[in-house]
Design a protein around this ligand. Structure first.
Ligand SMILES: [Zn+2]
Length: 393
């Protein structure tokens, strides 16, 4: 199949290219060639559209609903209902042009079954990298819904090994308090340095990356001491910590839209009061942390934390728009959801840009997302891993 007629943004940060056609062979990008006809293969004419790599969302929870009180939904619904919903959310996600997601905490490994079913071509969805259960301290952030509680270095190792046994692609450690668990403080560290070291060591020995939910300053510092790969949220990041992240090559996945959606919806939308209060208290600091990271040259990868209150599965544009609003250049924001995200997840030889040999993860949108990221919501074509999942040409 040949995709022609579009302006090509290859995801690398290179200027947009005209007069290029992308040749897809089976599930891979075979070549990028001069756009001169006639072609002797099936041609999709993308006249006037912009062609880009499929987008990457580095932080989602396929098992969480994104309703006003997702915790309640999850505890009220049966496991079977969660599975059905996760399948629907996967389809909605890929139809929005997001062809890869990293799931950082699910329910009884349902999200791993979704991953495998997508991979096998049974259901439409994005490529899913899964963490399984998030490893937290007893009573720590996430313990009620997504967590595997573990205390002490030995138990950390066992908890990580359990996720690996279940088939996890990445390990999620909960380093600090967070918003969605009542009674825990986002400014408080939770896993100790010793525990973080054990968890990261187990992940790395198994050749997996380790992501940490980390809001509190002390917890972020310990994560960096332990050699974590990504800091999720990073709310109380300081200039010194941002510099360390840039030097060590630790990436930030800010998820600005998560507290934003909670504050915007508020109590009126039915969001639990504890979540609204905590989000109000940290939203500005969160934006400041993002700016600090941006200034320090930290690798930033886009993630929405989809599934948290009023933070729906699908488009990643609300997050990109907030990043641009906080000072990021639109092209940089695009990279954070394509090539930079792929590098952060360690899948840059598989996806994240339009280049020969990579998976055919391609989207075509109206307008110019390099000057306005909102153009990414006008999706007309989505090819995920070589399969056409949406065609509105
Ligand atoms: Zn999350």
């Amino acid at each position: 199949m040949i995709l022609r007629g579009a302006t090509l943004i290859d995801g690398s940060g290179a200027p947009a290219l005209r007069d290029r056609a992308v040749v897809v062979d089976e599930r891979r990008i075979a070549a990028i060639v001069p756009d001169r006809g006639p072609h002797d293969e099936v041609v999709l004419d993308l006249g006037g559209l912009t062609l880009l790599p499929g987008l990457i969302n580095c932080h989602v929870h396929l098992c969480l609903s994104g309703e006003a009180d997702p915790s309640r939904t999850l505890t009220d619904e049966t496991y079977a209902a969660t599975v059905v919903s996760a399948v629907v959310r996967a389809r909605r996600t890929v139809e929005a042009g997001v062809t890869t997601v990293r799931d950082l905490g699910g329910r009884e490994y349902a999200e791993l079954a979704v991953r495998d079913a997508v991979r096998a071509g049974v259901i439409p969805g994005p490529r899913v990298l899964c963490a399984g259960r998030a490893v937290c301290i007893t009573g720590g952030h996430g313990w009620r819904l997504l967590g595997r509680q573990a205390d002490g270095a030995d138990d950390l190792r066992r908890a990580v090994r359990e996720q690996l046994r279940a088939g996890a692609d990445v390990i999620k450690l909960v380093a600090t308090g967070g918003v969605m668990t009542p009674g825990v403080d986002p400014r408080a560290a939770q896993l100790t340095l010793d525990e973080l070291r054990a968890g990261v060591d187990e992940a790395h020995r198994a050749r997996r990356r380790a992501a940490a939910h980390a809001m509190a300053e002390e917890g972020i510092a310990w994560c960096l001491d332990a050699g974590i790969d990504t800091i999720e949220h990073g709310v109380f990041l300081t200039e010194a910590l941002a510099t360390r992240m840039a030097t060590q090559g630790t990436a930030l996945v800010p998820t600005l839209v998560a507290p934003h959606a909670i504050v915007e919806g508020g109590l009126a939308a039915g969001i639990p009061e504890f979540a609204v209060k905590k989000s109000l208290a940290l939203r500005e600091r969160h934006l400041e942390a993002f700016r600090l990271a941006l200034r320090a040259g930290v690798a930033i990868a886009a993630g929405t934390d989809a599934g948290t209150p009023l933070n729906l599965h699908g488009s990643i544009v609300p997050e990109l728009a907030l990043m641009v609003g906080a000072g990021m250049d639109p092209l940089h924001a695009l990279r954070s959801a394509t090539s930079a995200a792929a590098r952060v997840l360690g899948i840059e030889t598989e996806t994240g840009s339009v280049a020969p040999g990579l998976a055919a993860d391609l989207i075509a949108v109206e307008g110019d997302p390099a000057s306005d990221v909102k153009a990414l919501d006008a999706v007309r074509l989505v090819i995920a891993d070589g399969r056409t999942v949406l065609n509105r040409l």
